[in-house]
Design a protein around this ligand. Structure first.
Ligand code: ZN
Length: 331
């Protein structure tokens, strides 16, 4: 039973919007791009695991996607790709959709990826998931949930990847490729037969986790110390992402891919919401979209029927929280 469904996390949306509005030569671009691709790999991995999750006995498992939970200090958070809760055990899954050859170096606790002749090193996902196991265990203790075995699994979901490990890598049993998932679940079920959590406990734990979940909703510009003026402003082409599109009397035109649209600015308003915030004024819209007249902004506000406060001159418009589905109505 899915208790928290898979959606693109806000952090990925913010990083994606930022990447599209930074020049590739900008100093923070690489840091931003690395985190985006790492998180996207996890998201794609989770997406591809959906199929295997359908094999689980429906009533036996509560499934949570993308939980971000505080540790017991309340100051730090840990993120779990997929959490399965059953009456007899809990399973933390870390999904990776990495390409190429992946090599676990047991000596230095790192994962080395070799892809198109480039080598890249990542922190060992097994070490990371073991940390999450401890953090979750302590969290459950705090909420007086009966002590239940917590299993962990790193799943490589890209069918074309090749996994290898050094002889001193000790965690073979915690790393699989997707097709072995059900076999592994059967093993966990055999290993953990004693019912620890009854229905009441399962529901309590589920409520606690959903309540503790704190979406990664930081001000991304402040976090990377990026000024609004460092962003590339203008209407972004929804087809090829080039900025700016050119305003023609009746629509927007992309000089790069020749796309023409009257509502091309919608994606850029979503960018604004992810990068700047959920309030916008006529002047801010003019600045972000590089509109030459306040009338252009007025027309946009008129189309969108946004909630607003203040009198006409100093009016502040509120962008809805679920900005993408809101804007989709106009597409
Ligand atoms: Zn274009």
């Amino acid at each position: 039973m899915i208790k928290k469904e898979l959606k693109i996390p806000m952090r990925i949306k913010k990083l994606g919007a930022l990447l599209k509005r930074l020049s590739e030569t900008y100093p923070k671009f690489k840091e931003n791009s690395d985190e985006y691709h790492r998180r996207m790999s996890g998201y794609r991995g989770e997406q591809s695991l959906q199929y295997y999750l359908t094999f689980l006995k429906e009533n036996n498992y509560f499934i949570f996607h993308n939980l971000r939970l505080p540790d017991i200090s309340g100051k730090h958070f840990f993120e779990i790709d997929i959490l399965l809760i059953s009456p007899t055990f809990i399973l933390i899954i870390d999904a990776k959709h990495y390409r190429g050859e992946l090599y676990f170096d047991g000596k230095f606790d790192q994962l080395i990826q070799i892809y198109t002749d480039t080598k890249k090193s990542y922190p060992c996902p097994v070490a990371q998931i073991t940390r999450h196991q401890h953090q979750l265990k302590r969290l459950l203790e705090t909420f007086k949930i009966p002590s239940i075995p917590i299993e962990t699994l790193v799943i490589f979901t890209n069918p074309n990847s090749i996994i290898n490990a050094s002889t001193d890598f000790k965690h073979y049993n915690k790393v699989i490729k997707s097709p072995s998932f059900i076999q592994k679940i059967e093993l966990f079920e055999k290993r953990n037969r004693e019912e620890v959590l009854d229905r009441k406990h399962l529901l309590k734990l589920s409520r606690i986790l959903l309540k503790l979940h704190t979406p990664h909703d930081q001000d991304i510009l402040a976090q990377f110390n990026i000024k609004q003026d460092d962003l590339i402003k203008g209407v972004r082409c929804p087809k090829c992402n080039k900025i700016p599109m050119k305003r023609t009397p009746r629509s927007w035109h992309c000089a790069h891919c020749s796309y023409v649209s009257k509502i091309a600015y919608l994606k850029s308003i979503a960018d604004y919401s992810f990068l700047i915030g959920n309030t916008i004024t006529n002047q801010k819209l003019c600045d972000f979209l590089r509109l030459s007249s306040r009338t252009g902004a007025k027309t946009i506000f008129k189309t969108l029927h946004l909630e607003h406060k203040g009198d006409l001159k100093s009016r502040i418009y509120i962008l809805p929280k679920n900005i993408e589905s809101f804007l989709m109505k106009y597409e």
